[in-house]
Ligand binder design. Structure first.
Ligand code: KG4
Ligand code: ZN
Length: 340
């Protein structure tokens, strides 16, 4: 039934989100509350603060999206909540709120894998003209994740490669911190890089050209620290901009190279799909676009609000699972680690 609606909840990291989605993919309501302000003084996400903030904000957010959708809980076909991987406190909050609603209104509950939700976003009807078709390659690049996944169907995922150390967003944030930019530094680093000369400080491109599609970024971050340490004094504005540009160019080159290798590992791929906050970076996108084009494939990048953590993707994964009868028990335990 394409008019049936699913409530989706997301609370695995530092975004509190709720959305109501019709089974045909129509978004009836969506809301995201970022906790950036709560965590910024600490220079990163503090799990305990995150869990408390989810607890404080999620119930109100649910009421808001339900009112906006014009639905009562009894009208829902099910409730889907991210149940891993992520920070366990936040996962418990989201899953418990979802189970409570399911229990009170006798609705099916779906425990959604956050990575599956990112992976299936590209198939949301209306997002991609003509729709993304299986199989495609997903490059998930955020602050917490950095992996290449072959998406061959709903429930059919193969991880082709992952990071051996830092996620790429984490590397952006660490490099930005070295340059004195506020957390999370990715967007600020990109703005600074626009004023810089990437060729001034040549930085390493870890694993470039290596077989497979694993990633490594900690050496790149260390290289930035080493350049700074070797300067005769504190870096001037131009030096900071040049380093930012050098870092961004190296990161973009590595991502493009690794994605190219991954595409070669999935010969039937119909598209290169990108998700995660780092997908907002124009240099990264340009590199990925070029690598996809070389194989005659489109680069599919969902709008940025659906690339970063959100509840629309969770509701959509819920729709797909419900349609296949993949319902979970109310006793389902959230899992901080949950590989696809
Ligand atoms: O997907 P996301 O919002 O949250 C999770 O990590 O789950 O991704 C956030 C990450 C941060 O590391 C942030 O610095 C990075 O994405 N990011 C960027 C840009 N915008 C966000 N990195 C580089 N360039 C950007 N424009
Ligand atoms: Zn995510």
């Amino acid at each position: 039934d394409s008019s049936a609606a699913v409530l989706g909840l997301e609370s695995s990291c530092d975004e509190t989100a709720a959305a109501v989605l019709r089974a045909d993919g129509t978004i009836l309501a969506e809301a995201v509350l970022s906790q950036l302000r709560e965590h910024a003084p600490f220079g990163g996400v503090v799990p305990e603060i995150a869990a408390r903030a989810h607890l404080e904000h999620l119930p109100g957010l649910v009421r808001r999206v339900m009112a906006e959708a014009g639905l009562g809980y009894g009208d829902l076909a099910g409730v889907a909540a991210t149940s891993g991987p992520g920070l366990i406190g936040g996962l418990i909050v989201g899953a418990s709120v979802g189970k409570g609603i399911a229990l009170a209104h006798r609705l099916p509950f779906v425990a959604v894998n956050h990575l599956e939700a990112h992976a299936l976003t590209a198939t949301l009807p209306g997002l991609v003209p003509g729709g993304a078709r299986f199989p495609y390659l997903l490059l998930l690049i955020s602050g917490g994740h950095c992996q290449c996944v072959a998406v061959e169907g709903v429930g059919r995922y193969r991880r082709l490669g992952t990071t051996l150390d830092d996620a790429v967003g984490e590397a952006f944030d660490k490099a930005a911190k070295l340059l004195g930019l506020p957390w999370p530094g990715g967007p600020a680093l990109e703005r600074l890089a626009a004023q810089g000369d990437a060729a001034r400080f040549p930085l390493p491109r870890p694993l470039l050209g290596r077989a497979g599609c694993d990633f490594s970024f900690s050496g790149l971050k260390t290289a930035v620290a080493n350049v700074l340490a070797r300067l005769p004094g504190p870096p001037g504005e131009q030096e900071k901009a040049d380093l930012a540009a050098g870092f961004q160019a190296a990161a973009a080159a590595v991502l493009a190279d690794r994605a190219g290798h991954a595409l070669a590992m999935l010969p039937g791929a119909t598209a290169l799909v990108v998700a995660g906050g780092v997908a907002a970076n124009a240099a990264v996108r340009a590199g990925l676009q070029a690598v996809a084009a070389k194989r005659g494939l489109p680069l599919v990048a969902p709008p940025i609000r659906l690339c970063t953590d959100n509840a629309v993707m969770v509701a959509w994964a819920g729709v797909e699972r419900l349609q296949r009868g993949l319902v979970d028990e109310l006793g389902h335990a959230p899992r901080p680690r949950w590989p696809l």
